[in-house]
Design a protein around this ligand. Structure first.
Ligand code: PMP
Length: 285
């Protein structure tokens, strides 16, 4: 695989970063994941905009312009002959040469920027979208600024392991009685003609796929209600689903031990997936 590191395209085994990199020592870095379908980037402008927001919130500098970033994404797609898959991008506060809680001077410490591709044939035509997901509910034990897409993914990773141990596919996290989101996706239920999902705040990541799906809801003749909801409400709903850049729209068919609806992927969630894929392929660059 060819990867990108700080201005260079390199074979993956030649790409090395310092042991003093603040992402390694302190999880002081942000990331984005953009999906690639038919060699084209899905929702690139949204991911680039959220990256800038994450960096601004943490007082970090973006070492590349959005145009350069697009060029790097395209070059990696080309170099790796990527048809269907993901591009992972990470920017860290850099490697100041020692360990210190205090942020290094941004004038003298260059951010570290890494991008690599992951080939995922069958991303769009995914078996889990046809089968639907089983999620368990767990406590949300993450830090309080989930709107910033940082690389501190230990708790989400533990959540995936709890799901795996329970024989489930993923976990929905619950705070003060209300669902925040999935470990790596936003969470929704459908009752009648209405899509219900938690509003944007510090509590959740402002999903790029979420924004697109809520925009497309009207096309599916559906209404959107942004409010906190409980696990019980979702269990009693007609349908449930998640969204993310890599899962697009994927139905949820079971929450803990309760089937949602008839326990099979719901027609409305599947229709939203279809519309999302259609529209975002049209807009892919
Ligand atoms: N919430 C969390 C916690 C996530 O990690 C992700 C995916 N990275 C999402 C939501 C979905 O965001 P997006 O649609 O931009 O991939």
């Amino acid at each position: 695989r060819t990867v990108y590191l700080n201005g260079e395209y390199l074979p993956e085994h030649e790409a090395k970063v310092s042991i003093f990199d603040r992402a390694f020592l302190m999880a002081d870095g942000v990331y984005e994941v953009t999906s690639v379908l038919g060699g084209k980037l899905i929702d690139f402008p949204g991911h680039a905009a959220r990256l800038d927001r994450s960096l601004t919130e943490l007082g970090m500098r973006n070492p590349v312009s959005t145009d350069e970033l697009l060029e790097i994404h395209r070059e990696l797609v080309r170099a790796n002959d990527l048809d269907e898959g993901l591009i992972y991008l990470q920017i860290t506060r850099g490697a100041p040469g020692d360990r210190d809680f205090v942020f290094p001077d941004p004038e003298t410490t260059e951010p570290t920027i890494v991008l690599f591709t992951q080939s995922k044939p069958g991303l769009a035509d995914s078996p889990s979208a046809k089968k639907g997901l089983h999620v368990i509910s767990i406590a949300d034990e993450r830090w309080g600024r989930r709107d910033i897409k940082t690389v501190q993914l230990l708790y989400p990773s533990m959540g995936k392991m709890m799901a795996k141990k329970a024989g489930a596919d993923d976990a929905w996290m619950v705070q003060d009685g209300f669902v925040t989101e999935g470990t790596s996706n936003n969470a929704y239920f459908i009752k009648g003609n209405r899509i219900v999902t938690r509003p944007r705040s510090y509590d959740i990541l402002h999903g790029i796929t979420r924004a697109a799906v809520l925009r497309f809801a009207a096309e599916a003749q559906m209404e959107v209600e942004e409010r906190p909801f409980t696990v019980d409400e979702a269990k009693q709903a007609d349908e449930a689903f998640i969204t993310s850049a890599s899962a697009f729209v994927t139905p949820v068919v079971r929450i803990d031990d309760t089937p949602v609806g008839d326990g099979t992927p719901g027609p409305k969630a599947l229709r939203l997936r279809e519309i999302y894929l259609e529209e975002s392929l049209k807009a892919a660059i």
